[in-house]
Ligand binder design. Structure first.
Ligand code: ATP
Ligand code: MG
Length: 269
């Protein structure tokens, strides 16, 4: 199945997230999905090598999701085969005082991938129209304008040679509860337990509405959003890996030709 085709949000389309099946797995079982993930990771490895060698363009992966939807897990499982020298993951927390003293894209632009790099945003500038909107952190007339500002920013990055791919990991509210319970029951997951996240469940509907508007306004031809069903971790990883590998493959990164004639090169003893 072509997951890019299946999960891409068409520009202007208003999804109803509650109507999408978060347990969807395209008929795959866990074993088949793991095999698929392995296959696409291998492709990613080869493509990233060429991207780094070419050293002209870059990829930006934007990952957004509700708490416990698996952003960290997806990064670990799908990207761990890449050359770390050409991969940069940035996690965006609540902005610092210094960051708040600048425009909202300031910290994001600074973290954008350099030529040859794959950059991953674990949360992103979209928080500025998600949590910020849900909790009224700035007036509506400020966040309303941000959809357009984000589109212009991403269009600009695209023109500079950055391919932008945006992924939403879609879990159900019930699945989130199961994962929170599992975290509480597993000592090695206690570091992930944050009672504040539990309180956010009361705002689930507001977040869904905020996400729906993000997809409607900011899924563009150049920088599309993909909504991946993520209740099954193994399916989430397979879909993410395929979407990313296909995106890089479309870029056709090329190894540069040496500007020398191998027959004429002599290495002195
Ligand atoms: P985990 O799943 O491990 O908890 P996380 O991504 O939730 O990882 P945290 O440090 O727990 O990481 O949370 C980061 C918090 O920062 C999130 O609640 C997020 O909404 C918030 N945040 C990110 N960007 C902004 C922003 N621009 N304005 C306000 N809050 C933000
Ligand atoms: Mg958190």
């Amino acid at each position: 199945m072509d997951f890019r085709k299946a999960f891409r949000v068409k520009p202007g389309r208003r999804l109803e997230l509650a109507k999408l099946d978060t347990r969807f797995h395209a008929g795959l079982d866990e074993e088949a999905a793991l095999e698929l993930t392995r296959k696409h990771r291998k492709r990613l490895f080869d493509l990233q090598r060429a991207l780094m060698a070419e050293d002209r363009r870059s990829v930006l992966v934007v990952l957004q999701a509700m708490d416990a939807a698996g952003k960290d897990g997806a990064i670990r499982k799908v990207l761990s085969g890449l050359n770390p020298a050409g991969c940069r993951v940035t996690s965006f927390r609540a902005p610092s005082a210094e960051e708040l003293d600048h425009d909202f894209l300031w910290r994001v632009h600074k973290a954008a991938p350099a030529r040859g790099e794959v950059g991953v945003f674990n949360r992103s500038h979209y928080e500025d129209v998600l949590i910020v909107r849900v909790h009224d952190l700035v007036p509506e007339k400020v966040w309303r304008k941000r959809y357009r500002e984000i589109n212009l920013f991403e269009e600009y990055l695209t023109r500079q040679g950055t391919t932008v791919v945006k992924i939403f990991l879609h879990i159900s509210k019930a699945e989130q509860k199961r994962r929170f319970e599992e975290r509480i029951a597993t000592p090695k997951k206690h570091f992930k337990v944050n009672p504040h996240d539990f309180g956010e469940r009361a705002c689930w509907q507001d977040y869904m509405r905020a996400f729906e508007e993000v997809f409607q306004r900011c899924s563009t031809k150049q920088a599309p959003w993909y909504v991946i069903p993520a209740d099954h971790k193994w399916f989430r990883d397979a879909a993410f890996a395929q979407i990313l590998a296909d995106t890089l493959a479309d870029m056709k990164p090329r190894y540069p030709k040496g500007d020398f004639d191998p027959a004429e090169l002599v290495i002195p003893d």
